[in-house]
Design a protein around this ligand. Sequence first.
Ligand SMILES: Cc1ncc(COP(=O)(O)O)c(C=O)c1O
Ligand SMILES: N[C@@H](CCCC[NH3+])C(=O)O
Length: 440
Amino acid sequence: MESARADSAWPGPVWPASARVLPSGGLAVGGVPLAELADRFGTPSYVVDEDEVRARARAWRAALPDADVAYAGKAFLTRAMVRWVEEEGLHLDVCSAGELELAAHAGFPGERVVLHGNAKSPDDLRTALRLGVGRVVLDNTGEVARLAALVPPGARQKVLVRVVPGIEAGAHAAVRTGVEGQKFGLSVDGGEAADAVARVLGQPRLELVGLHCHLGSQITSVDPYLAAVRKLVPFLSTLRDVHGVTFPELDLGGGFGIPYRDGEPTLDPAEYAARVRAELALRCAHVDLPVPRLAVEPGRWIAGPAGVALYRVLAVKVSGGRTFVAVDGGMSDNPRPALYGVRYTVRLAGRAGAAPDRPMTVVGRHCEAGDVLAEDVPLPGDVRPGDVLAVPASGAYHLSMASSYNLVGRPPVAAVTGGRARLLVRRETPADLWSRELPD
Ligand SMILES: Cc1ncc(COP(=O)(O)O)c(C=O)c1O
Ligand SMILES: N[C@@H](CCCC[NH3+])C(=O)O
């Protein structure tokens, strides 16, 4: 293998820190050339840089050593990922019995798991109790009695109540969960949150340890989190006045944004920690409340920048004055451009040094015109079938949102570290796809 060396101009912040341009012009991540990975594991495929995941998990632990940092598994979850975040001392946020079972199978301690969901099924709740999850976040009033009825006599389940602070934050309407009038949580202003708290306090088998809110996703400023503190601390003070109780925990959720293209902002954990801590201390002092222990739930911020998606170019054509580069994946492995209009960076993996001098539109192989991976991105004019394209910031909400559309099969995941690659998840095969069908 060629030895990797740094290049001054790029790779930039949208790539894993280990990304290097090799003397041949190829791009390597984790010490492994991406073109080599494309040959070995096929395309499309996802590559995840283990060291990047671990470094990002550590950045949150270092910023908030006295808080619980729960990795939001919905962003990207495999057994290896569960082990990495467990070893880095994180907690884990799950939102289904499936994610919970996977975490348990990978040996993640139940006590460090928090279960979310606006519509938890009886199976979700039973599995949570069976596996001994540390916290269940209640999201509707009906759930209070449903959960309490499942807790065995003599036991108590720790819970939080998810509240809606009425704060607008997040990159797209579909991922704004702190505003009124959407499906998550219980409104502070509307009185539903106070009602739920009263109900939980009336359930001897539930132990209410605090409030939870999650504002939304891809948030790049700390300001909305400060606004959440300013909203929730007075509410905690009212609850103390009404019920005579104070709660030891406050979970402010996740949503921390990352860059998808050069020059885009990211949220800095150290800045978040300093400003949120200061605001919390100040607001609690104002109303004479003990400062609760903080919890945060980064998903995208930890997994996103660690992932690179690889595609092989199948066709290049000019049509209607535009150049289309068609690849062997698409909206089945990355629905995010279609869902949220996200714009990605694209480079040639094998000829990374070639000047990206023409705007081209990278499209997938699926049966709809909206199957566009990257619109008008600069690529070298001589891009041709057989070239491998690398798309950074593909670690979060790619595999976890992949589908079997057109029975193309979901891509494999290869982990890289220290110049070695290993397959974590194999490619979904046609047999996997039709094996669930019953005989006629
Ligand atoms: C409750 C909760 N916590 C954490 C997250 C993680 O979000 P992100 O990946 O944007 O950090 C989500 C998803 O938005 C969520 O719903
Ligand atoms: N799935 C979204 C984010 C939603 C986060 C989960 N609550 C994305 O791809 O950006």
